[in-house]
Design a protein around this ligand. Sequence first.
Ligand code: DC
Length: 223
Amino acid sequence: MELIDVVTVDGPAGAGKSATTRELAARLGIEYLNTGAMYRAIALQAIRLGLNLEDVDALERVAKESTLESREGRTFLNGEDVTDAVRAQEISQAVRYPANAPSVRAILVEAQRRIGLERPIATEGRDQGSVVFPDARCKFYLTASPEERARRRLGELRSRGEDEPLDRILEQIIARDKSDMEREVGPLREPEDAIRVDSDGKSIEQVVAEMERAARERLAFLQ
Ligand code: DC
């Protein structure tokens, strides 16, 4: 198998994938791709069109008819920068519909491969090393305990002036892990050839430094 210059970062929600992958890409001088944002963009468009989120054919049409692009780590839906819009709580609730629809996944996987074959990227998601880029030169599985992820999530909520009991957040995290891992197509999996990075008790800086060292050893264009 011919290997390609792609860095994949998979792992559960709240492990710190976005912050670390974005910083890692900047340090390596390559593009950052946030594939969760692509699923979120489909959910956003479906909501805007007033579609029934349970209608998988309608979701497939949205995925087919939408142009999704990634430039400088930002996500564009039909030319509009939706990077911030897709973070809304409403979209977090709705994204499981497109993420669980096999026909939508097929279209987005194809789009992600096209982006990764054009130029070196660091891409984060759930299935990047297992399904989308099995031939990536450098794969990470970034994880942290559910308790640590719940504490981080609470910190984020509080910084936005929101609050929620820690045990409720923990319950939601455990439920989300289960749904991510039990999805029939593109479930969260730890690739056998991935480097496992546990971010418990580590700063973003420490995690990125660990990842950068490993990536520099592996990427051909840096040799
Ligand atoms: O990482 P995130 O929270 O932005 O991801 C949003 C949702 O999309 C989450 O429920 C998992 C799903 N997802 C996926 O199924 N496959 C990916 N490659 C990325 C995200």
